[in-house]
Design a protein around this ligand. Sequence first.
Ligand code: FAD
Length: 565
Amino acid sequence: MDCHDILIIGGGLAGLSAALKISSDLKVAVISKVHPLRSHSVAAQGGINAALGNNPDGKDDSWEKHTCDTIKGSDFLADQDAVEMMCKTAIPVLYELDGLGAPFSRFPDGSIAQRPFGGAGFPRTCYAADRTGMILLHTLFEQCIKKGIAFYNEWLVTNLIIHEGQCVGVVVYDIASGKTHSIKAKAVIFTTGGYGRVYLRSTNAFINLGSGIGMAYRAGIPLKDMEFVQFHPTSLFGKNILITEGARGEGGYLLNNKGRRFMEDYAPSSMELAPRDIIARAIQTEINKGNGIEDKYVHLDLRHLGRKKIEKRLPGIQEICIYFAGFDPVEKVIPIQPAQHYSMGGIDVDEFCASLVKGFFAAGECACVSVHGANRLGGNSLLDAVVFGKISGESASNFVEGGGGKIAGDNILFAEAKRWEQKINDLMRKDSGENVYDLLYQLKDIMSIKAGIFRIKADLTDALSQIALLREKFKKAFISGNCFRYCQEFVTISEFDSMLDIAEVIVFGALKREETRGSHYRLDFQKRDDTSWLKHTLVNWSEKGPKVSFKDVKIGKYKPVERKY
Ligand SMILES: Cc1cc2nc3c(=O)[nH]c(=O)nc-3n(C[C@H](O)[C@H](O)[C@H](O)COP(=O)(O)OP(=O)(O)OC[C@H]3O[C@@H](n4cnc5c(N)ncnc54)[C@H](O)[C@@H]3O)c2cc1C
């Protein structure tokens, strides 16, 4: 049986950052269900934050101001020590990426260019036109190849194996051959990304189903703050493709059906550069009030920026509009609506990416440290993925080199793999039943209608019963073909269990949290309530359903005050 010192599950920015930090003496491999360069990180557009102070309007910026903006943006739910660590490290990390060859856009003096982003007091978002994720992922992938990191691509991890309180390996399904393997490891790092596709309208890649988060939950690790789901204000209407916040950072306006910049009613001083939770709610409110176009969307206007600026700074957005909507944003306004975008919550880990299970670490979007609290600022997620990706690599290396890892007996891993194979055999025996894609659609529909931007007790309660019904139906799911090689239907079935769990935990957390904070807006509790709710929600799996507990938020020198923009 194959045995590694450290296994990294996920080939996005967090996974590759982790791989580069692991000591060269250790045997390490990255497992990814798609080729690493197809991970969702590649789609990131607008940029990555670091207080470099290169922009003429950002000379007074500092990592302390970045920290303060992030904590305010989080609606004071982020752990302040972790935010400090991230914002301070951001500066050397950016120069490290630059040194590795990441081709950032530049100012005329040759320094890394920086643009304004939502919720930030200074223009501190570094970018490579509107393809920042792509250049960062390619840069790190090259470095991994140079270091000789082993990659297992198109391998889907299906189970996390915990034995006597220690993580000892994983079970994988090789998508190309249809075969199951188990792999031993002294430490495992999950960098499996977000769960955006639990929602109908999402800017996330189709692969973002969240099974890493689901596996950790089933293995007994709590999920933290899952009720906080980010809805990005601007996705292309009807297509859900992200239109980066960088478009507003460069000066784009939001207009309602009267051609009015409605943000002056919601965030008069920050306007289009208020944080995402506030703008997404403002857009939805305009649409609900009848100020939308066809009652469905509003407009993003870039025309006044001019062709030259759009082609230089937002070429990807121009291409998206031309290829997917049939017009050039130099000439026409862009129809936009909010869509699910990011998972603030995730696997509960500390600032060293360690979980309560020995040898199990998590980083990037699947994890919750927490540095984003109730609402993430744009440009802070690529930063989170790189900074905590690196930290997870260091922590796992120290753990293994310090003798913390254990090698489990073959029998333990075989037993888990057998259980998995049994599931496959059961599925193969059925020749009729529920189609998993129908069930997936129903789940997304429930989540979008009942647990979206605005939430209320009756809807959330109803969503929980509907998810329970879907779980019953899922027991009858079957595979329509009989070939397990490159079987996407089987991949979806394998991840659907996790999607049901994740949906249930989001709704359960949203129902419990009787207040409004950041992205979580309760129509029946419209105020933030620091007396009762300045705490993290933890949810554990149990046979009888989710079990909730709470954990203190680490407050430092930034005392909670009302958020005004
Ligand atoms: C359209 C879009 C634009 C964005 N723009 C920005 C931006 O400009 N700035 C910013 O800061 N943030 C941005 N974000 C957010 C940011 O890109 C992500 O949060 C971040 O890249 C996540 O990185 P990650 O490494 O955690 O996960 P991902 O890049 O999603 O990688 C997850 C990896 O896990 C693997 N995986 C998952 N499940 C399994 C499994 N069961 N078995 C094996 N492998 C598995 C996948 O194959 C993949 O390799 C954007 C997000 C989107 C959707």
